[in-house]
Ligand binder design. Structure first.
Ligand code: NAP
Length: 552
C-alpha cells in the first residue's frame, strides 16, 4: 500500500456520496461547518450509481423519492415517469451535486477501510484503500441501508466459465443479452425488475426462486407537463403528507379499517388499489394490514388470486404464490413480472426445497439436473442495515469495535448515535425507521445539523449518547414489531431482521413504529435540548474549526 497521506482535517468527515452524503454536506455547509466526503464510486449517486442493472427504477413515485430541502430544486426538475429509472435517478443526483456545488467536497474512487476515534485528539481518523488518511472532529456515515451486496456461498461459483454478475455491481460496459441463456438467482425487488426487461432480449431466462414474493403492479406511466405542474403546486402538501405518514409516503393517513366493510366492499377497495398500482395497494386499502392477521390474509389471498389469473400455466402460478404474511418480506413492485412467465423464453426453477446444488463450468445444477447458462445474475440482495458499517473497521473509544459491539444485533439511539462511539452519526443506519428512505435521510440530516449546532454554540466538541438512551431505543425498536406480522419476518429470511445473511443475528433491524412517530421523536429530542446526549469539552482551549460557507 502507498504511504499514508493526510488529505483533510476539519469539522466533519462524511462517508458516502449517495442521497445521504449529498444531503448532509449541504446541511453542514449551510450550518457553516467544514465537511469533506469520501466515496468508493467514481461519482455521486450511491444506490443509483451502483445498481445500474436493466430495469432498475424506484418503487416509490418520483415526487416522494426526491429532496424537499429546496422548493426551487423541486420546481425546476422534471420527472419523466411515475417511477424514475435508474439513469434518471442518477441524473437527478448529479444535477443536485452540480446545482449546489457539492462535488468539490468529495474525493471519489476510494473505499473507507477504517475509521478510528482518537481519544487523545478527540478526532475521527479515517483511512481508505488508496492509502489516504482524513481526520475530523465528527464522523457521519452515509453508507446506505442496502449497499453491501451479498454473494451466496454456492459450491463451484468460481468454476463458471460464463459471465457472473451481482446486480449491485453491474458492469459499466453494456451486457449483451441477445442470443444468451440467462439465469437470475433471486426473486426479490431486484430480480423482479430484471426479469421482464432481460427476457425481451435474451434467448432464454430462468428465474431461480427460493421464496416467492407478493409482487404488486407498479403501473408506471409517463408524466406530462400537466402532471409536473400539479406536483409543483403540491410541494407543501406532499411535505406534510410525508411527515405524517407511517411509511413516509405522499399519501394521506388511511382511516379505513378492514373491520369497517363487508366482503364485497373490501373486494372493491382491493380491486381499485390493485388497478391504481404501487404501495397504495398496501397503505391505502386497510390500515390494519400490519396488525390484523385476517386483514393481511385477505390482501395476500387477493394477490394469489391475481397471480393465478395472470399466469397461464397453473403449475408455474402455484410456485409463484407466497404463503406467508404480506410485508414480512418487503414486497416488490412489478412491471409485467407475472406476465413475463407467459413468454415462451422464460421459465421458473423452483429451488425452495433443495436449493442450488452447485454451479458448474457451464451452468447451475439443481436436483441433479444441470441447466446451461451464458450469464448468471445474482440478484441475491444485501447485508442490510449494518452491513455497510461493519464492512468498515470502525473503532470507538477505548478500542471498542463496532462489529463486536453489534455481534448480537445493532444497538443505537434513534438509528443515529452509538454509545462508545462519540462524535459519530449515522444516516439511514440500522434501527432507523422502516420507511421510504429519502425522507428519513432528510429528517436525520437536519437533526444531526441541529446537534452539531448546539455543540458549537455551547463550546462543546464531544457528543456521546447516554447508554441508557440507546438501550431504551433498542427496546422501542424490538417492541415496535411485537403484535405485528413482522414477528414472522425472520422465518422468511427477511432483511428486516438480518435473516437473509448467514451467521447474522436475527433481530429487528428497523423501527416499525412508523415514520411519523420517528419524526415526532426526533423533534422531541430537539425540544428536550437533546437530553439523551452528553455534550462535553474535550479540548477546553480549542475552538471548533468552522468555515462559513453558504450552501447555495
Ligand atoms: P432481496 O429482497 O434480499 O432478495 C434476494 C433474493 O435472492 C431472494 O429471493 C433470496 O431468496 C434470493 N437468494 C439469496 N441467496 C440465495 C441462494 N443462496 N440461493 C438462492 N436464492 C438466494 O434482495 P433485492 O431483491 O436486491 O432487494 C433488497 C431490497 O433492496 C428490497 O427489498 C428493496 O428494499 C431494495 N430494492 C429496491 C428497489 C426499488 O425500490 N426499486 C429495487 C431493488 C431493491 P430467499 O427470499 O429465499 O432468501
Amino acid at each position: 500500500m502507498a504511504s499514508i497521506s493526510q488529505e483533510f482535517s476539519g469539522d466533519v468527515l462524511v462517508i458516502g456520496a449517495g442521497m445521504a452524503g449529498l444531503r448532509i454536506i449541504y446541511e453542514l455547509r449551510k450550518q457553516g461547518f467544514s465537511a469533506h466526503g469520501i466515496e468508493a464510486g467514481s461519482d455521486v449517486g450511491g444506490t443509483w450509481y451502483w445498481n445500474s442493472y436493466p430495469g432498475a427504477r424506484t418503487d416509490t413515485e418520483a415526487w416522494g423519492y426526491a429532496f424537499f430541502f429546496d422548493e426551487a430544486l423541486a420546481s425546476e426538475w422534471s420527472w419523466s415517469e411515475r417511477y424514475p429509472s435508474q439513469p434518471q435517478m442518477r441524473e437527478y443526483l448529479e444535477y443536485v451535486a452540480t446545482r449546489f456545488d457539492l462535488r468539490k467536497s468529495f474525493q471519489f474512487n476510494q473505499f473507507v477501510s477504517s475509521a478510528r476515534f482518537d481519544d487523545t485528539d478527540n478526532k475521527w481518523v479515517v483511512e481508505t484503500d488508496k492509502g489516504n488518511r482524513f481526520s475530523a472532529t465528527y464522523l457521519v456515515t452515509a453508507c446506505g441501508v442496502l449497499s453491501s451486496p451479498v454473494m451466496p456461498d454456492i459450491v463451484g461459483l468460481q468454476r463458471f466459465k460464463g459471465q457472473a454478475i451481482h446486480s449491485a455491481r453491474w458492469p459499466k460496459e453494456k451486457v449483451n443479452f441477445a442470443g444468451k441463456r440467462v439465469a437470475i438467482i433471486g426473486s426479490g425487488a431486484t430480480g423482479v425488475q430484471l426479469l421482464p426487461v432481460v427476457s425481451q432480449v435474451a434467448e432464454h431466462v430462468s428465474m431461480f426462486q427460493r421464496t416467492p414474493n407478493y409482487v404488486i403492479p407498479a403501473r408506471n406511466n409517463p408524466l406530462v407537463e400537466y402532471d409536473r405542474e400539479n406536483l409543483r403546486g403540491r410541494f407543501a402538501t406532499m411535505q406534510e403528507q410525508i411527515r405524517n405518514h407511517v411509511f413516509a409516503s405522499t399519501f394521506d393517513p388511511n382511516p379505513r379499517s378492514f373491520l369497517d366493510l363487508d366482503e364485497e366492499e373490501r373486494d372493491k377497495v382491493l380491486e381499485a388499489k390493485w388497478e391504481w398500482g404501487g404501495f397504495q395497494f398496501v397503505f391505502e386499502t386497510f390500515n390494519d394490514f400490519f396488525s390484523n392477521p385476517e386483514c393481511n390474509a385477505a390482501l395476500a389471498g387477493f394477490i394469489r388470486k391475481k397471480i393465478r389469473t395472470i399466469v397461464n400455466d397453473p403449475k408455474t402460478a402455484e410456485i409463484l404464490c407466497p404463503d406467508y404474511p404480506l410485508f414480512s418480506k418487503r414486497p416488490p413492485l412489478g412491471h409485467g413480472y407475472y406476465e413475463a412467465f407467459n413468454r415462451a423464453n422464460v421459465s421458473l426453477v423452483d429451488i425452495s426445497k433443495n436449493g442450488i446444488e452447485e454451479i458448474t463450468a457451464d451452468g447451475i445444477r439443481v436436483a441433479g439436473v444441470e441447466h446451461p447458462f451464458d450469464i448468471i445474475i445474482f440478484a441475491t440482495g444485501f447485508d442490510a442495515g449494518t452491513g455497510a458499517l461493519t464492512d468498515i473497521d470502525i473503532i470507538g473509544t477505548g478500542g471498542v469495535s463496532l462489529r463486536d459491539k453489534w455481534a448480537d444485533g445493532p444497538v443505537s439511539y434513534l438509528g443515529i448515535c452509538v454509545d462508545q462511539f462519540p462524535n459519530m452519526f449515522m444516516i439511514a443506519g440500522p434501527q432507523g425507521p422502516l420507511s421510504v428512505i429519502p425522507p428519513a435521510i432528510e429528517a436525520e440530516c437536519v437533526w444531526i445539523g441541529q446537534v452539531l449546532d448546539k455543540a458549537r454554540s455551547q463550546g462543546s466538541d464531544r457528543i456521546e449518547v447516554r447508554p441508557a438512551a440507546a438501550r431504551e431505543w433498542k427496546a422501542a425498536v424490538d417492541n415496535s414489531a411485537v403484535g405485528t406480522l413482522l414477528e414472522n419476518a425472520s422465518s422468511v429470511r427477511s432483511w428486516y431482521m438480518g435473516a437473509n445473511v448467514e451467521g447474522k443475528a436475527h433481530v429487528m433491524q428497523f423501527y416499525v413504529g412508523g415514520f411519523k412517530d420517528f419524526a415526532d421523536r426526533l423533534e422531541g429530542a430537539v425540544a428536550s435540548g437533546f437530553s439523551d446526549l452528553e455534550f462535553s469539552v474535550a479540548h477546553k482551549d480549542r475552538q471548533l474549526d468552522t468555515v462559513k460557507q453558504s450552501a447555495g
